[in-house]
Design a protein around this ligand. Structure first.
Ligand code: CMC
Length: 446
């Protein structure tokens, strides 16, 4: 057995170092060594899978601050440098040069499609855009004032009641079918949630339109008159979908993986992912950002708001700022910021007061010691809401759009997990700090 290190240091920088060893030793200096598994890029990991068997103790890491929950080849993030890549391709390149369905194919299959593969994939997805007619009754059971995310949690999971032939996740053909269905039907379910909330009739999908244009058509067309989708808006929407398509093991994706690890069907797992995304610390932040900007109301109120955030006693956070992984400008926010200028100019809304507040808020925060010290930068949600607002999308739909776009990532991560022969049911352990055994006390003597 190797001897344990004799000197301890407060901080050890192991990034990029070869021959790292992690040992756990008892008081007699008997040690077990944990192997290191090499990453192709980014931090290596210490394999602690045998730790409990070898030592009888668990690791403790609430919030997964230092724990890789799985192995994945889909998305790479370097949070310090502000890098996001899908299958090796930079997000800026994908946002500029690709389209959402092509990125979905890439996430799912690992390579960009050739022309035929792309045409087949687009055709397969597009052929599944309609939803079972009976789903409209599910929608009608909800109060009109329901938050559309509440409807989406139920509607996505309910697909498992309508599409039984895609439920066997061990069968590759079934998997493919449910993946196509999930990506294709999310825009339809999302637009239906909006139409229901405003009392307008559902608009059926139009398969002659692109993915994003079809979504905008289902959102804004009415049977009484013709609606032409603006190509500029469709392009911007598609780019926003790309930017949200995947983000490795975030809360909702981990939820999808954990739910699926028990063998649950993919539609139910995506329903679970939608529920997790809804929280304000995750996908719900885009809605919260807009509410925050509206509450601030005027550039002159920014200093007060910033003081409140820094004071912490009111529990306010600067929404759309900060990220568990990015300690630098979120690359998606950078793309969105410049898209924001373009889209708002196209719509003649470049003087939107909320955009002015957002830019000033960002400028002040980026110079403020509180945010600088904690490496808090704008994230993807900071500018997306302003674009959505300019497009006429109601605030409550923002997180729904996030869910729609993230579906590609969820199904890709689900597929990767199901196809990994070593994957097991996810079953975290705990540090128990409750009572030890005690005698039951009859109610008369309590
Ligand atoms: N405003 C003010 N202070 C903040 C913020 C913020 N937005 N974010 C973090 N902090 C502070 C926090 O109070 C803490 O300070 P201290 O060290 O004094 O205790 C420090 O920064 C570290 O924060 P944390 O909560 O431990 O960091 P985390 O990695 O657990 O949280 C986060 C990450 C995204 C939940 C958090 O930054 C946050 O709540 N941001 C606002 C919500 C938001 O915009 N969410 C969208 C994330 S991007 C989209 C997505 O992928 O879902």
């Amino acid at each position: 057995m190797p001897k344990p290190a004799e000197k301890t240091v407060e901080k050890l920088d192991l990034k990029g170092k070869k021959n790292i060893k992690m040992m756990v030793c008892d008081e007699e200096d008997k040690c077990v060594v944990m192997p290191v598994i090499r990453a192709s890029e980014g931090p290596d990991v210490l394999d602690v899978t045998k730790l409990y068997g070898d030592t009888g103790v668990f690791t403790y890491d609430p919030g997964f601050m230092s724990t890789a929950s799985c192995e994945s080849k889909i998305t790479y993030i370097d949070g310090d440098k502000g890098i996001l890549r899908h299958r090796g391709y930079d997000i800026q390149d994908l946002a500029k040069k690709s389209d959402y369905l092509e990125v979905s194919y890439l996430l799912l299959n690992g390579e960009l499609p050739d022309k035929k593969q792309k045409a087949d994939f687009v055709n397969n997805v597009t052929r599944h855009t309609m939803v079972h007619e009976q789903l409209s009754f599910l929608y009608r059971g909800f109060p009109r004032r329901s938050h559309p995310m509440a409807i989406m949690c139920g509607a996505a999971a309910s697909l498992s009641a309508f599409y039984h032939d895609g439920l066997d996740s061990r069968d590759p053909a079934s998997r493919e079918l449910s993946i196509h269905r999930m990506i294709a039907k999310m825009p339809t379910l999302s637009a239906m949630a909006y139409k229901y909330s405003i009392g307008q009739p559902f608009v059926y999908p139009r398969n002659d339109l692109s993915f994003a244009a079809n979504f905008l058509h289902m959102m804004f067309a009415v049977p009484a008159e013709e609606y032409k989708v603006s190509p500029t808006l469709a392009k911007a929407m598609d780019m926003i979908f790309i930017l949200h398509a995947d983000h490795e093991q975030n809360a909702s994706t981990s939820t999808v993986r954990l739910a699926a690890s028990s063998g649950a069907n993919p539609f139910a797992c995506i329903g679970a992912g939608i529920a997790s995304l809804w929280g304000a610390a995750h996908g719900g932040a885009n809605e919260a950002v807009l509410k925050m900007l509206q509450e601030i109301g005027d550039v002159k109120n920014i200093p007060d708001f910033i003081s409140r955030v820094k004071d912490k006693s009111a529990g306010d956070r600067l929404m759309g700022f900060g990220h568990r992984v990015y300690k630098n400008y979120d690359p998606r926010a950078a793309v969105l910021k410049s898209a924001c200028d373009d889209v708002l100019a196209e719509l003649g809304a470049e003087n939107d007061p909320l955009l002015k507040i957002a830019k000033e808020l960002e400028r002040i925060a980026l110079q403020d010691e509180y945010f600088v010290q904690r490496k808090l930068f704008p994230n993807v949600d900071f500018y997306s809401g302003i674009i959505y607002k300019a497009m006429g999308i109601p605030t409550q739909m923002y997180t729904v759009l996030f869910a729609l776009a993230r579906t590609a990532g969820w199904v890709a991560q689900w597929k990767e997990m199901i196809e990994d022969p070593t994957s097991k049911i996810g079953r975290p352990r705990q540090l128990y700090t409750g009572y030890t055994q005690r005698d039951f006390v009859p109610i008369e003597t309590r």
